[in-house]
Design a protein around this ligand. Structure first.
Ligand SMILES: [Zn+2]
Ligand SMILES: [Zn+2]
Length: 218
């Protein structure tokens, strides 16, 4: 870490609220893919705009700049779809990661510099929603409406962080495929397990997320 790195991200460097048209068009795009319009969509879109902005990037990310960014979402629900759609970062490209901590939080990192900023939704924002959307008929629409126009500093807490993603899981990494010495399958993405001097796939190493049933004839 360098000494000149700021201790906390400056909201001053960004407009307190991004342009309404930008938020609305990204929320609409995200709601189409997500299947409904919800406050989580707005939070995710606002996180993507702010997180990338604090790193000096526009949202959505243009090409080829997108190759220099990595994102992490900490919830597998509404927010993650919105962050993906708004930023352009993708699970299928390794540029977006899910680390399911059950938190309404996301981190955006610049690969070349190692700078990364983590944003977490403030609980107080829910209480403030009616102040920003007094005409709303229920708390749900109040939040969805209010989060479009609420200042960044009311919506989020932010901190610079140092990412601890292993090198083989960073976007662009091409770790060697390894054959499992027990079942023979090829293990990709650096996920092979070394156990008692043997190379195993995570399933043979007892790290499966399922219990195996009978094989099917196809
Ligand atoms: Zn949703
Ligand atoms: Zn195996």
């Amino acid at each position: 870490m360098t000494s000149e790195r700021p201790q906390s991200p400056s909201f001053d460097a960004m407009p307190p609220v991004p342009p309404r048209e930008q938020v609305e068009s990204l929320v609409a795009a995200s709601a189409r893919i997500h299947g409904h319009l919800c406050s989580g969509q707005v939070i995710g879109v606002r996180m993507a705009i702010l997180g990338l902005g604090l790193l000096g990037y526009p949202c959505p990310l243009p090409y080829p700049e997108i190759k220099n960014l990595v994102g992490v979402v900490e919830s597998e629900r509404c927010l993650s779809d919105a962050v993906a759609v708004a930023s352009g970062l993708r699970f299928g490209r390794g540029s977006l990661k899910l680390v399911n901590l059950g938190l309404l939080a996301a981190t955006f990192g610049e690969i070349s510099s190692g700078r990364a900023v983590r944003l977490i939704s403030r609980e107080q924002a829910r209480k403030l929603a009616l102040d920003y959307a007094p005409q709303a008929t229920n708390p749900h629409t109040a939040q969805t409406e209010a989060y479009m126009i609420m200042p960044n500093a009311e919506l989020f807490d932010a901190a610079w962080v140092e990412l601890k993603i292993p090198a083989h899981e960073m976007p662009g990494a091409r770790p060697k495929k390894m054959a499992c010495e027990q079942c023979g399958v090829l293990v990709r993405s650096g996920q092979a397990v070394r156990e008692n001097g043997r190379t195993l796939c995570p399933v043979c190493a007892g790290r499966a997320y399922f219990n195996l049933g009978p094989n099917l004839e196809l």
